[in-house]
Write a protein that binds this ligand. Structure first.
Ligand code: PGA
Length: 248
């Protein structure tokens, strides 16, 4: 099993002073954490600051999105080579907010995945179902469609070492977390879909993970860590979630 991985998705929050304070606290608090990987994904304008502030720590840097093109006349876009250049290791692709609010479909997400891996970035592929899809018993069909789009474009082994974040859309930012059993059932399905012998994809759960529910989720055999939104904006909460992953 890979090291547990804890990723903070800051979304569109922050300021230069907030980034400095939060990263100083994370740098200090994460110094003694062994056996897990920790990453933060600040908004684009703060990536360079964050890279400098995290120098000498074991906290990795990630971005929240990436363009499909390497460079050119694409106003407003940020490319994978640029993310590498400022020190990113990870990039989130296909977050449900990008899919639902910005019209990103599975084909575009797959191209973003490919653009990231082409530059040596590790994509964190987000997948998840809406509440109505779960109610209609369509969760596995929805996830299979989201995953298969990447496999079709990038090849059968594209997800063998990747990071996949299962984020039920109804749990994101709502305070309504999936039960550990619900998370485990879906993670088991995902692992079955993407893994062959020897493959070790890292499967994160995301959606209202908090210090009080993290341990139960991370105790599940197919949950390898978390993608944390709101609770990653407070150093004490994020660190306590990281510690919950170590003690499993
Ligand atoms: P949340 O967000 O932890 O605030 O629910 C998770 C995410 O959107 O990645």
């Amino acid at each position: 099993m890979p090291h547990p991985l804890l990723v903070g998705n800051w979304k569109m929050h922050g300021s230069r002073s907030m980034v400095a304070d939060l990263l100083a606290a994370l740098k200090l608090g994460s110094a003694g954490l062994k056996g897990i990987d920790v990453a933060v994904c600040p908004p684009f304008p703060y990536l360079s600051d964050a890279a400098s502030l995290l120098a000498g720590s074991s906290v990795y840097l990630g971005a929240q999105d990436v363009a499909v093109h390497e460079s050119g006349a694409f106003t407003g876009e940020v490319s994978a080579p640029m993310l590498r250049d400022v020190g990113c290791r990870y990039v989130i692709v296909g977050h449900s907010e990008r899919r639902s609010l910005f019209g990103e479909d599975c084909a575009l997400v797959a191209r973003k995945f490919r653009a990231a891996t082409a530059q040596g970035l590790i994509p964190i592929l987000c997948v998840g179902e809406q509440l109505a899809e779960r109610a209609a018993d369509d969760t596995e069909t929805v996830l299979a469609t989201q995953i298969d789009a990447v496999l079709e474009l990038c090849g059968d082994s594209a997800l063998a070492r990747a990071v996949i974040a299962y984020e039920p859309v109804w749990a994101i930012g709502t305070g309504r977390v999936a039960t550990p059993e619900q998370a485990q059932a879906v993670h088991r399905f995902i692992r079955g879909r993407v893994s062959r012998a020897g493959d070790t994809p890292t499967l994160l759960y995301g959606g209202s993970v908090k210090p009080q529910n993290a341990a139960g989720l991370f105790a599940q055999p197919d949950v390898d860590g978390g993608l944390i939104g709101g609770a990653s904006l407070a150093a004490d909460q994020f660190l306590s979630i990281c510690k919950a992953a170590i003690s499993q």
